[in-house]
Ligand binder design. Sequence first.
Ligand SMILES: *Cc1c(COP(=O)(O)O)cnc(C)c1O
Length: 479
Amino acid sequence: MRDRLIELERSARLLEPSSEMRREARAQVIAYTEDFLDNIQAAKAYVANAGKGEGLLDSPISEEGIGVEAAIDMIRANIDTPGLNPASGGHLGYIPGGGIYYSALADYMVDVSNRYAGVFYASPGAVRMENMLIRWLCDLVGYPAEASGNLTTSGSLANMIAIVAARDGRDIKSTNIPRSVIYLSEQTHHSIDKAIRVAGLGECIVRYIRLDDKFRMIPAELAESMDSDKAAGLNPFLVVASAGTTDVGAIDPLTEIGEIARSKDLWYHVDAAYGGSFILTEEGKAKLKGLEAADSLIIDPHKGLFLPYGLGVVLVKNVRDLQRSYGFDAHYMQDAFAAPDELSPAELSPELTKHFRGLRLWLPLKLHGLAPFRACLEEKLLLARYFHREVQKLGFESDLEPELSVVTYRYVTSGPEQDEFNRQLLTEVINDGRVFISSTMLNGKFTLRFACLSFRTHLATVDTLLAVLREAVERLEKH
Ligand SMILES: *Cc1c(COP(=O)(O)O)cnc(C)c1O
């Protein structure tokens, strides 16, 4: 047996590279990431026709390892080259992501130490840091002392955590699901619809409240709808508002909806995944007034705080609402919950063993300070207004004043094929690749979207988009 153990150990120990090997691997990884960052300005925002990562399939997982260099080559060719480059400042479609560097260093440190951030007893420092970040966000939105929350991997999961809390908070069970009513709008993000289904609420009645000409929920329609549902013996229990819709950046009338929800005892959830971070700017703070009325809300730091993908936040006005849905009892963990100074993520979320994702938010906030974040967000709001003004000079119509950093626009043609022309325009811009944009349907019309949220997007980027659009229009009109 001892011989076998010694033999196994020899092979198992390969999992712990020597300091020399670590230095070697690290140098190559650093060289690769430095190369990536040094070229990010010139790199295309979208690369068509570079394969679809099929090269990975030529190298299946096998018994023997490969060298770091070979691995990096495979990543560069198959993952970093084809498709959308989400780290590019030229990413002006969907909702752009971030990728600030100090978060990457934080993840590196966290992964090396493998801190366990699920339970205070095991890692008081890590849990305290996450709770402190949640508290900071609660203060920003104006939540009371009994508020709490959870750092999740994304906005979709944050929404899911909140919808489940709403379900349990309003005692929605199998007996009353078919007569319980949820109020959304056509602008509500589809992750809410998914959360509703996953939470077992797919058989609830869903009402889509009519929108005004700026794509905001009309509060009077909401109140009316709730009243008539109540009168019909139904059970209205949840309303979801958006603070910055993905489509156009619209902010629903947060305060009015909050008042209606409170007067009728509905759970009020606000999806501020995209818009929430703008609360750091003066303009955003004014526009997001009423956020504090929500029973629960979500914000995506991997959008508006420019973090690399992997961080969403759910905040709940009263921590009891998270404890009701996510509290647990386990004999094998009796020591861990004996005398807690701080609540643990494990009691407030679906996760137990959990990546210490707080550090990827804390480190950049501490190293940079808040000022550059505020400036970057204010810059995005102003760039949207700049684009809105300039694109109209090129013959585009853009009726909607940008509320946040999304602008919708479409080229006005003389002929009837306006949708087709704009569709071709989109393809031209994407094939050019210097910048990336996306589209949507607004009032049945094919519409182009400018979404400005990357920390690498600046004035020159927007000028490039304007130039690309002008050139593409000229090319298409020649045909
Ligand atoms: C992006 C977004 C979501 C989903 O967040 P993920 O982090 O992509 O899961 C939800 N709501 C809105 C308004 C969003 O913009």
